[in-house]
Design a protein around this ligand. Structure first.
Ligand code: TRP
Length: 327
């Protein structure tokens, strides 16, 4: 039996190169080796977007298309709509007994996100989303979770909850491992620490070749390099971090930048070409799914049914161990 992967994305908009580097790329690389579940995390999207459900409906399809267009094969992976899997909701409730409010409010990712969203007070659902994420990962007993570094506190919490739960009820829920990408987190094209969906600094998988070229052209480089003749500092240049993440020529470009034999304009032009070469086949597959939305909906429905079968079976065994089935 193959080991399982579960990972996913909040359905709050289209995915970008940060997602590609952080997780999508590993999903594609591992899809043959692991039985893969991709979660369209629409419940988790509600934790911040409960008042904007119109966006969600569209985003569920967008995120599914993003996943397929990077090369995940719908014949072998399972795409799952989170809100339609009842065992996830039930497990969330059971797990919530084993986590303190204090633990959640000290979770560094929760803290950062609350700050980003400007929350003075957090809803119960927002504060508790790492608990529901634990249910996401464990309803199918996933072994491996490919995610970006920012998700580490959640995976650690998931491991803690699982250990405690197994010890209490003698269940055998799999304690998941995090799988971090080999590429460090991608900065925004504006040089800000993080590429964000709504920060105006993202290159989306759906951007046209012209949009990509223009975004790269306006991207931030070493600000002290005001002339081509001055040697650049690739180690602090945001554009170079992209070269490093995406180009086979990165070492070469690094040398040329340091000895002032390539300027920022030429470097950016090369980067634009590299990114468009990566994105072209992604755009092509995207166009296919844009014109086959009915079959995509069917793929999601079938995947979600499978998730329900797997989850219900596991949940039944868990409830038996918890002595809450009357037999
Ligand atoms: N929290 C993840 C993110 O913001 C999305 C997510 C939801 C997830 N459920 C998951 C990731 C389960 C991995 C496993 O990107």
């Amino acid at each position: 039996m193959k080991k399982r992967i579960l990972t996913g994305d909040r359905t709050t908009g289209k995915l970008h190169l940060g997602h590609y580097v952080g997780s999508l790329k590993s999903r594609v690389a591992l899809q043959n080796e692991y039985e893969t579940f991709i979660l369209l995390a629409d419940v988790q999207a509600l934790t911040t977007h409960f008042d904007n459900v119109e966006l969600l409906e569209h985003s569920i399809m967008d995120v599914a298309k993003d996943n397929l267009s990077v090369g995940l094969d719908p014949e072998i992976i399972t795409i799952v709509q989170q809100s339609q899997v009842t065992s996830i909701a039930e497990l969330t409730i059971f797990y919530s007994m084993l986590v303190t409010v204090n633990q959640l409010s000290h979770n560094p990712t929760i803290k950062t996100e609350a700050k980003n969203y400007g929350y003075k007070e957090m809803t119960y659902g927002f504060l508790g989303y790492p608990v529901s994420q634990t249910a996401d990962i464990t309803f199918c007993n996933a072994h491996l979770v490919p995610v970006g570094e920012d998700q580490r506190p959640h995976i650690e919490m998931a491991r803690q909850i699982v250990r405690k739960f197994n010890a209490l009820y003698k269940t055998e829920i799999v304690e998941p491992d995090i799988m971090l990408s080999a590429t460090p987190r991608l900065a925004g094209i504006d040089g800000k620490a993080k590429m964000g969906k709504s920060m105006g600094n993202a290159i989306f998988l759906t951007d046209s070749a012209e949009e990509v070229a223009a975004k790269v052209k306006n991207g931030v480089t070493d600000t002290e390099r005001i002339s081509v003749k001055i040697p650049g500092r690739p180690e602090i240049c945001p554009i170079f971090s992209y070269q490093k993440a995406f180009s086979d020529e990165a070492d070469n470009i690094c040398e040329m930048c340091k000895n002032a034999s390539i300027g920022c304009v030429a470097c950016k032009k090369r980067l634009g070409e590299t990114l468009n070469a990566l994105l072209d086949p992604i755009r092509e597959r995207r166009a296919y799914w844009d014109s086959h939305e009915d079959s995509l909906r069917e793929i999601i429905r079938t995947g979600t049914e499978k998730a329900n079968r797997v989850g219900n079976e596991n949940l039944r065994a868990i409830k038996e161990k918890m002595h809450i089935l009357l037999g």
